[in-house]
Design a protein around this ligand. Structure first.
Ligand code: ADP
Ligand code: ZN
Length: 217
């Protein structure tokens, strides 16, 4: 089973895919998380990706595709979060899956108006140590700028600054949004209203995955 979560930065892909991957026992493959980990560890991939991630641009396809291909094993169910992000990556994904005799089961679009996405991004904060996500309005840490979970420093992601977040939303609209039509044409796209409360979004996506699993049996 392969499920792709699609949506603008700030639409809640990361939050939802962590919950859903745990619920269904899928492997959560999040390219943004992988890049941030590689950057923190200063690996060759991290060093190459750093300037792109920090400025809100897409990392070149060859780097991303090689990284994803190296992490996808036969016989494993995946929840893809942040990949594919443009049409070329979508075609490359099909090529990665073909020898494993896998196809994409569902693509779920987390739909959110641009203004709301920008507000969520610029008010988001994360723990520098364990990556727990906070929001200055809706979920501030209990102690000022200290993570509730691990006590680490709660900071703004460099690419969540107003200017870079706006740039990421433009990149999304130009390059990633065309995937909606692409997967609609393949009749595997489903849409969820991402402005709902997180629990309701989880339920809506879970209903889609349940239906897809029922078809497979
Ligand atoms: P968001 O979806 O909130 O923008 P992510 O954590 O998914 O954040 O991605 C952060 C950054 O990592 C992107 O802005 C981009 O630079 C890089 N990145 C992640 N996935 C990809 C991808 N599939 N192709 C190219 N760049 C990517
Ligand atoms: Zn923490």
């Amino acid at each position: 089973m392969i499920v792709i979560l699609l949506g603008a930065p700030g639409s809640g892909k990361g939050t939802q895919s962590k919950i859903l991957a745990a619920k269904y026992g899928f492997t959560h493959l999040a390219t943004g998380d992988i890049f941030r980990a590689e950057m923190a560890a200063k690996t060759p991939i991290g060093l190459k990706a750093s300037e792109y991630v920090k400025s809100g641009k897409l990392v070149p396809d060859n780097i991303v595709v090689e990284m994803v291909a190296g992490r996808m094993e036969p016989g494993v169910n995946y929840l893809l979060d942040g990949f594919p992000r443009n049409l070329n990556q979508a075609e490359e994904l099909t090529r990665i899956l073909a020898p494993q005799r896998k196809t994409i089961d569902k693509v779920v679009l987390l739909d959110l108006p641009r203004a709301e996405a920008l507000k969520r991004l610029t008010s988001r904060r994360i723990c520098a140590k364990c990556a727990e996500v906070y929001n200055i309005y809706t979920k501030p840490p209990k102690t000022d700028a200290q993570c509730d979970v691990c006590g680490g420093d709660v900071v703004q992601r460099e690419d969540d600054s107003e200017a870079t977040a706006g740039k990421r939303l433009m990149v999304y609209e130009d390059l990633t949004n065309p995937l909606v039509a692409y997967y609609k044409a393949e009749q595997i796209l489903e849409q969820v209203d991402a402005s709902q409360a997180p629990d309701q979004v989880t339920q809506a996506v879970a209903a889609i995955i349940d239906a897809a699993l029922a078809v497979k049996k």
